[in-house]
Structures are given as structure tokens and as C-alpha cells.
Write a protein that binds this ligand. Structure first.
Ligand SMILES: Nc1nc2c(ncn2[C@@H]2O[C@H](COP(=O)(O)OP(=O)(O)O)[C@@H](O)[C@H]2O)c(=O)[nH]1
Ligand SMILES: [Mg+2]
Length: 397
């Protein structure tokens, strides 16, 4: 499986070449014209794998915007390219519009548009309508350690323009770099930003726009958690996945289970028990350990095979009588369970239930694949009906 898959479409320099990139990545099979790199003209998905049926769907974009130096490139590198947070100190600032296509799982498929501060992206030569039309979520990054008045003005401008083009966009505000703030200061900053941003919208009679706020930092797991929530909103099957997880854990004596996109460590679903940050961090760390070990000792000679495949399974027993149990669900997804040692004595039952759970997950996505296939066939038929043999379109009566 190719390493270059994760880096497609990026014209902002190379990344750290991390181990996580060895998995299969998927993307749009036919890069659309507007997805071509404006500078290089290269198709963003060159050299990628398209073996997963789910990839054939055109998936909504997630845009990452915000002022210069607010941390956009760092977020992208840390979450999707496995860069360590300290390395981001050496990231060069982006001085041209820079686009990166991240298409690393059957669920997460987005482009990051990195706008340098001095460029006005509402320039008439810049087709922002095209960008916002295919957008599922717009993440606006605000640097909480800086004076955020200018950022809030830009947030307002961006959100109001985007909303005019596409009312279905989810607007997500990352109040970023909160590692530098005390707990009290964090809450105060969030309250202030929330208040000002919503007041600005109300003044423009745009109170129907809903903004969601997250406190984030690349120095802890908050950025992964926030991204997980952003992505979950874009998954139509989320209630079904949650339901399946609830049934699975309640019948297996498991305390918490996360369905992870293994490459990015974004969890695309969890059961309805509240998420405890520490549990989530432990599960993330487990994925790192498993993939690291697998990359070092699990690949066949000459680097053949994949670090994550059907055989991937791991059990970690902690010294506080808890057990972490990881198993492969699909090519991109893994289930990580958090349970007590005594529950793990019934491993046979857990494995049987997991088998049923895995089958159900595959069925959920088969439905989606079938619907997509039917839609494609239907539109093909429509198109052939509309054209006569000499391809002159007929009028619809
Ligand atoms: N303290 C802290 N610094 C961050 C965080 N995220 C990014 N940075 C730093 O912010 C600076 C600008 O980041 P960069 O990603 O280049 O910003 P961009 O211009 O929005 O792409 C870099 O020095 C990063 O190390 C964070 O969560 N906390
Ligand atoms: Mg940048």
C-alpha cells in the first residue's frame, strides 16, 4: 500500500513521512476539475487506492480557515500527517493559497484550503461559490493566545458569505492554542468569543446560523476529539452506528467502545455513555502502539503487506484491572473497547458479539453502496433516455 496516498494534492511542502501513512488511503476515483491543484495542475488523488466501494461517493468537504498563524497547517499536519506538535514550530508560514486533500478513510474526505492572511479570498477572481457549494463543514480557527478581534471579523465575513451560497454547511469554530491558558481563562475566552460571534450574527440578522465552539490544542487530544465531533456530524449513519455499539457493549460487559478511523485517530462513533477524555486518550495511544509495533515487526519482507489489516488485533492489560481490546472492523475502521479484567474472562462471548457487530457494520455500509450503485444506474438510464442516437438531447415533457 502506498505511502504517498496521504500527501496527494498538497503543494505546501512534504510531511513527516510517518508510519500511519502506510495504510490504504482512498479518494475520489475521478478528481473533479475544480479539485485540481491551482498551482501545479496535478490531480490531487494521483497514485491512490480506490479499492473500497464506499469511496465512490462524492463526500462533503471540510474546509479549514482562519487568520495567518492561527494554527491551521499545524492542525492538519498533526491530525492527518502524524507530525509531532513540537515539529509544527518549524512549519513555514503559507504565503500562497495552499490546498491539501485528505482522503484517508471511507468517511473522512476533505480538502484543507489554507489562506495566507494577506490574500483576500473574496477577490472577484476567486470562485468562493464553487468552494462553499461542495462543503460539508467549515472549521474556522481562532488563535486564543492572540488578540482575536480581527479573527472574529473574518469569521463573520466568512460565515455569512458561505451561508449565502450553502445553508447546509456546519460552522465549527476552533478556539485554538488553549494550552497556553489557565482553566478559568479558557472558559472566559470561550464565553467571550461565543458571545461576540453570535452578537455579530444577530446584528446582521443572521441568527439562524449556528456556530459550534470547541477548545482545542495540538498539544493534547482535544484537537482529535474536536475533529471527531466535526466528522461525526457528516456521517448519516451515525445513529445506527451508535445503536450497534450500544447493543454490543451492553451484551459484552464492555464499559466503553470507540469506532476509530485508524489513520487519523478520529472516532467516527461511540456508544451513548459519556466520553471520558482519559479513556479516549488511552484508546488513541493504543492505536499508536499497535501500528508502531506492526510497522516495525509485522510487515513482510521488503515492506510487503499492511500495518493494519483483517488480522489486526491487540489486547493491552493495564495495572489498574482494565483491559484495552482492539480489533479490525473494516479496512479503515477499528474498534477499541475499554473493559474490566473480570469481563474479559468471557472473551469468547465478546468475540462472538464482535463477530455479529462487524457483520452488522458491513451490512450498514453495503446498504449505502447499493443505494449509490442504484443511483448511478438510474442516472445513467436517465441520460441515455434523454439522448437520441445522434446524441441530440430530447426535451422532457
Ligand atoms: N501553543 C500552541 N501553539 C500552536 C498550536 N497550534 C499551532 N501552534 C503554533 O502556531 C504557529 C503557527 O502555526 P501554523 O500552523 O503555521 O499557522 P497557519 O498560518 O494558520 O497555518 C506555529 O508556530 C505552531 O507551532 C497549539 O495548539 N498550541
Ligand atoms: Mg499555514
Amino acid at each position: 500500500m502506498s505511502r504517498e496516498g496521504a500527501e496527494s494534492g498538497s503543494d505546501c511542502g512534504s510531511d513527516s513521512g510517518s508510519i500511519g501513512l502506510d495504510f490504504a488511503y482512498c479518494g475520489d476515483p475521478q478528481p473533479r476539475a475544480e479539485q485540481r491543484d491551482p498551482d501545479s495542475g496535478a490531480a490531487p488523488d494521483d497514485g491512490m487506492h480506490f479499492s473500497d466501494d464506499y469511496c465512490t461517493e462524492v463526500k462533503p468537504r471540510i474546509l479549514l480557515m482562519g487568520l495567518r498563524r492561527s494554527g491551521k497547517s499545524s492542525i492538519q499536519k498533526v491530525v492527518f500527517h502524524k507530525m509531532s506538535p513540537n515539529e509544527t514550530l518549524f512549519l513555514e508560514s503559507t504565503n500562497k493559497i495552499c490546498r491539501d486533500d485528505i482522503s484517508n478513510s471511507s468517511f473522512v474526505n476533505f480538502q484543507i484550503w489554507d489562506f495566507p492572511g494577506q490574500i483576500d479570498f473574496f477577490d472577484p477572481t476567486f470562485d468562493y461559490e464553487m468552494i462553499f457549494r461542495g462543503t460539508g463543514a467549515l472549521i474556522f480557527v481562532v488563535d486564543s493566545q492572540d488578540d482575536y478581534m480581527e479573527a472574529l471579523a473574518r469569521l463573520h465575513l466568512t460565515v455569512s458569505r458561505a451561508y449565502k451560497v450553502n445553508q447546509d454547511i456546519n460552522f465549527e469554530v476552533f478556539i485554538h492554542k488553549v494550552d497556553g491558558l489557565s482553566d478559568d481563562h479558557k472558559i472566559e475566552t470561550q464565553r467571550d468569543i461565543h458571545q461576540r460571534a453570535n452578537d455579530d450574527l444577530a446584528d446582521a440578522s443572521l441568527e439562524k446560523i449556528h456556530l459550534s465552539f470547541y477548545l482545542t490544542s495540538i498539544y493534547d487530544h482535544s484537537i482529535f476529539e474536536a475533529f471527531s465531533k466535526v466528522v461525526q456530524k457528516l456521517i448519516p449513519q451515525l445513529p445506527t452506528l451508535e445503536n450497534l455499539l450500544n447493543i454490543f457493549i451492553s451484551n459484552s460487559g464492555i464499559e466503553k467502545a470507540f469506532l476509530f478511523d485508524v489513520v487519523s485517530k478520529i472516532y467516527i462513533a461511540t456508544d451513548s455513555m459519556p466520553v471520558d477524555m482519559q479513556t479516549y486518550e488511552l484508546c488513541c495511544d493504543m492505536i499508536d502502539v499497535v501500528i508502531d509495533i506492526s510497522c516495525i515487526y509485522g510487515l513482510r519482507e521488503f515492506g510487503g503487506g499492511s500495518a493494519y489489516d483483517k488480522e489486526s488485533v491487540a489486547i493491552i492489560k493495564l495495572n489498574n484491572t482494565t483491559v484495552l481490546y482492539l480489533k479490525e472492523v473494516t479496512k479503515f475502521l477499528g474498534l477499541v473497547c475499554f473493559l474490566r479484567e473480570e469481563s474479559f474472562e468471557r472473551k469468547g462471548l465478546i468475540d462472538y458479539n464482535f463477530h455479529c457487530f462487524r457483520k452488522a457494520i458491513h451490512e450498514v455500509f453495503e446498504v449505502r453502496t447499493n443505494v449509490l450503485r442504484c443511483r448511478k444506474q438510474h442516472s445513467r438510464m436517465q441520460r441515455s433516455k434523454l439522448s437520441t442516437p445522434n446524441s441530440t438531447p430530447r426535451l422532457l415533457l
